[in-house]
Each structure stands twice: as structure tokens, then as C-alpha cells.
Design a protein around this ligand. Sequence first.
Ligand SMILES: Cc1ncc(COP(=O)(O)O)c(C=O)c1O
Length: 363
Amino acid sequence: MAVETRPVTATLPVGGENVVRRASDLIGATPLLELVRTGSGSRLLLKLEQFNPTGSAKVRMAREMVLAAERNGDLAPGGHIVEPTSGNTGTGLALIALERGYAFTAVVDGHAATDKLRAMRALGAQLVTVDGDGSDGPSSVRRRQIAAEIAAATGAYRPDQHNNPYNNAGYRELAGELHKDLATDIDYLVGAVGTGGSLCGTVEELRRLGSRVYAIGVEPVGSIIFGGEPGAYWQTGAGSPADFPVGGNVHYDLIDEDCRVGDIDAFATARVVARRTGVLIGGTAGAAVHVALRRLVRLPPGSTVVVLVCDAGEKYLDTVYDEDWLTARGLYDRAAQQRIVRLCRAYDESVRLAALDLRRQGA
Ligand SMILES: Cc1ncc(COP(=O)(O)O)c(C=O)c1O
């Protein structure tokens, strides 16, 4: 069959072109996806931060910290950046460093997702790997020590994401996007907490914009940010191990409530979200969604809940989304997945029943 051809020029835009010249210009304007709604008109929305370049929210703060360091004279042309990272901050810093002509050294440990390490290397970062302490947890203290030593020996700039105020400031735009994209106030914002930057930075700016949002911080069971019992966990990026001092960017006064979610529920929820929506979310986002899903039933009618999805599940195909990996660690639990599936179905059913009710009343 003959294929109809049209002159190419017919499809070119008439006005200005929509082309960026740097990958970092693609940061932001990430989409909101409705995961579930209830018969009482409440909604659970996912702010999909994996749509940023480097596939995570953290590139927002990486850029903010580097630009601030340039303004403050901490970074000069041809400079060197060193930072301990579980991977997402590192990938963000690697991108900003390559665009702006800096060398970047990431101090990592065996707890990091392999694909994050590969991504940093692909963007030209040098990786320094510290030995684990024999536990399944991250070696945050050791990573920080080595990064400090490298900075002292080489004069490299260390952003210190746990205490750098430009980490939190990097999420002002995210708050602005939520404010702009929703026709209503956000009643609940749920986010996994590591440095605290994404949740606290977003909440602070939302409230400055007039929101009355209630903020829920989520950490892995075993993390000590909100005073829980220390222990091992496999969620990466969020949480803080026993011996790691919580940094100044966790503003406890901005967080209304804290929750702990174990790896089994976090990963089961991420896997159910994948099957329901076709979007793969990371394990810490799974934890935050878990909290939001369970909370939704108890909220006043018409509530809007937003979960900050820090990163993409594609970074965890060989862990969270690998049944063998989960099974080997005792983290594969069909019943946990079924509980989430049933919860989502109950919400779907409540929408159906509410619609039936409306129709009956109208009849
Ligand atoms: C996957 C993941 N989730 C959650 C977080 C926590 O974000 P924040 O450090 O802004 O608290 C991070 C931080 O690196 C992360 O990488």
C-alpha cells in the first residue's frame, strides 16, 4: 500500500521551538499521576520525580547546591566536588558537574543500587567505594569520613547534603509546580525522609504559598531519624542508620507526623503500583505510598494526598523487582502484595458504589 507523504515543513512549529540546550534545563515540571480515588472524592496522587533528568528528585537539589557554591565562591572553574551518596544525589551532582566543567567524586558503599553506580560512572564520576560494616545497612558514617578526608587532601568542595540549606531550597520549584498543577490545596504530603530536603523543602515552600498541608515523613523500619529502634534495612536513599547523626536539613518542626515502613511492605507496594499503573517506582516511594494508601480511608471526604516519588523503579530491577533477590533476603511476601491489591480494589469499589448511589438519587 502506498504511504502518503507530506512535506516536512508542514509539521514544523510556526512559532518558537521547544528545544533545550542542557539536560539540566529539563529539570522540573514533573507529572502528577492519580493512583487511586475513593467514593468520598479523596485522591492519592503521585508526584513522579523520576521524570527529571537522572531519574530522581535529587537532581533539583544537586543543581541548587552547586549554583550556590559558585555564587558563594566555594567552587571555581575547573573545581572538584566530592560527596558521600547512596546514588541519586551523586547522579544529580555528576550531571551538574559535567555540564559546568567540574570533576566529581562520589563516595559510595555496597548498599547502593548497582544501576545508580553505573549511571554515575557513565556520567564521568569517579567512584570511591568504602567497605561495608558487615551489616545489611548503609555505611553512612564511613562514607562521610572518607569524603571529608578527600576534601581535606584535595581542596575539593563537599556540598554536605545533610546540612546544606540549598538542598531544601532546591525543592521550592517542586512546591510551585504542585501549587500550579492542582486546583485545590494539598491536604497531605507524604515523603520518604533521608536528608529531609525533599519533604521539608517542599512543605516549607507550600506553606509559604499559603497551603495548610499536613506533612507525613516516612522512614524505613530500622532507621533512627524519628527515634525508632535501629536495625538493618534494604530501602536505599531514605532513613539513617544507628550511628549516623541526623543532619540539620530534617526540620522536625515542619513534619506533622512520622511513620516507619518495613522493607517487605515498601517493596510489595512498589510492585503493586507497577502492576496497577505500568509505572515503576522506587522502594522508598513504595513505603510512602504504603502509608498514604492505608491513610486514605480515614481522611475527610474530598482530601487530596500527594506522595513524593523520589525515583524510578528501573533503578531497582535487580532488587525490588527481582523475586529471587527478594526471596533470598526473606523480603518476598505474596500476602503483603495481596493486602495492597485488596486495598486498591476496595477504593475502586467505593467509587463504583458512590456513582451508583448518585444515579439512584438522580432517578
Ligand atoms: C530513593 C530515595 N528516596 C528518598 C530519599 C530521601 O530524600 P531526602 O534526602 O530529600 O530526604 C532519597 C535521598 O537520596 C532517595 O535517594
